[in-house]
Design a binder for this molecule. Structure first.
Ligand code: MN
Ligand code: MN
Length: 470
């Protein structure tokens, strides 16, 4: 034996290797990741409002001959079902085990921040016709000016007939936009704080400028000209706006971002990215899998989950009552089912943005392309308004993800005293369902152009699928 050979260090595996999260691009199948994003981008393009997303989900369910839980007389175990709740929230599931064994639930939301028309929106000023808006959800108002907007939603005419509105999305459609002050005259505006620079009552949308000639004794009127167009084209009266739900949403389509096409830039990714991943995970579930699974897609998350289509309504309880009745499982009660259920609150989180450092705890932050983010707790400033998942449940979830080779990361939404946010997680847990948040990290969340990583989208889908499987 040579002298220096004897001295060669023996490399031992460290007894306690430091925990390291892993970059999905370096380990995942790049083709699969890229391919999965295509369907998602098409889904975003077709689903710019909660109603349109609910329609798409119902189409997918009907194509696969799921039973309509509302109208079916009885439900057989193993028969997938769906429930469209007032066109704005959506549920699909399958029951294969006794109901009192509970469900594995994926809970996403399909509403997104936007600008809603006020009930009496149309007015005229300075030769322009404009719409008044009231924003929906937490937005930075200055981000919503000087860009093309589409007008979408529904409106009921006085005779009760429905008009579905979709103006701006088709090539050749006109679009709408909100103006901003030219820099030359914006000295005072630029002194204001960002929250005040554009006020809510200034989010007024351009709707036209050609005046109708004035009738006898009256001035020419742009408002009248617009009302004439609305009547001729759509049979709409001005008062029909009182019966409308019209939303202004960013007009641009989803696009790939970056030379390597690794990112997706699009409106509405909070929370349609998790909704899409949840839908795909549910639809791809092996028919031989056992147990009860449910994918839920709520409305109204962005305004606190209130209202009859939000997660604070008692719709899940109602769904359980229907299932009990239609499956003839008289032994079960909704509360008993909830207490035996487990849920992932499938909502987006934030990742560190290198241009805005200092808002996250560097040791507990989400990072782009490291997989979906598990948030033990949401809420803010002392975990108020939070769901705080138990160690037992985290052990169950991470065990499942690890066994199936899913990459994920833990992340807290910002520094302790800085902010935070809520999801439907706390409302699921209030029903007695063991719940934790797991969703894709976004850049520019709640902006008109949110950015996500294709790798994170793909791993979110893998995580949801692993959770739904036995
Ligand atoms: Mn969300
Ligand atoms: Mn949100």
């Amino acid at each position: 034996m040579k002298k220096n050979e004897a001295k060669a260090p023996v490399i031992k595996e460290a007894p306690n290797p430091p925990y390291k999260k892993r970059n999905v691009w370096l380990e995942g199948d790049r083709d699969e990741i890229m391919d999965f994003a295509k369907g998602y981008m098409a889904f975003l393009k077709e689903g710019k409002t909660e109603r349109l997303v609910a329609e798409r989900l119902e189409e997918a369910a009907r194509q696969r001959e799921f039973a309509d839980l509302k109208s079916c007389k009885a439900l057989e175990p193993g028969q997938p079902f769906y429930y469209n709740h007032r066109g704005k929230s959506f549920f699909m599931g399958v029951v294969k085990a006794p109901l009192d064994q509970g469900f594995r639930i994926l809970g996403a939301h399909i509403d997104a921040p936007r600008l809603d028309l006020k009930p009496q929106p149309l007015y005229e000023a300075e030769g322009l016709a404009l719409f008044k808006t009231h924003y929906y959800g937490g937005i930075k108002k200055y981000q919503w000016v000087t860009m093309p907007l589409s007008l979408m939603g529904v409106i009921y005419r006085k005779d009760g007939s429905l008009l579905s509105v979709n103006i701006g999305e088709d090539e050749g459609d006109p679009v709408f936009t909100i103006t901003d002050l030219l820099p030359h005259l914006a000295q005072e505006q630029m002194q204001k704080t960002a929250g005040k620079a554009i006020e809510g009552e200034k989010l007024n949308v351009l709707a036209g400028s050609i005046p109708a000639p004035g009738e006898e004794g009256k001035d020419p009127s742009v408002k009248k000209a617009i009302l004439d167009i609305l009547y001729e084209k759509f049979g709409l009266l001005e008062e029909d706006f009182l019966r409308g739900e019209l939303e202004l949403v960013p007009n641009f389509p989803p696009r790939e971002v970056g030379f390597d096409r690794s990112l997706i830039g699009a409106y509405g990714q909070d929370d349609r990215i998790c909704a899409y991943a949840a839908k795909e995970a549910f639809l791809d579930l092996d028919a031989r899998e056992s147990g009860n699974v449910l994918a839920v897609f709520f409305d109204k998350e962005e305004i606190g989950s209130n209202g009859d289509t939000g997660a604070q309504s008692r719709i899940l309880e109602h769904l359980m009552e229907l299932l009990i009745r239609k499956l003839g499982d008289k032994e079960a009660s909704p509360l008993e089912i909830f207490f035996a259920s487990k849920a992932l609150s499938a909502d987006v989180s934030a990742v560190e943005d290198p241009s805005y450092d200092g808002v996250f705890d560097p040791y507990n932050r989400g990072q782009i392309s490291y997989g979906p983010i598990l948030s033990k707790y949401s809420g803010s400033r002392g975990k108020y308004d939070a769901n705080d998942a138990s160690a037992e449940f985290l052990s169950h979830i991470t065990g499942k993800l690890d066994r199936k080779g899913v990459l994920y990361q833990f992340g807290e939404l910002g520094k302790v005293d800085l902010g935070g946010g809520g999801t439907i997680g706390m409302f699921l847990s209030q029903l007695g369902i063991e719940t934790v948040d797991l969703g894709t990290g976004l850049l520019s969340m709640h902006s008109p152009y949110e950015v996500a990583s294709k790798a994170d989208l793909y791993m979110t889908y893998r995580a949801y699928k692993a959770f739904l499987e036995d």
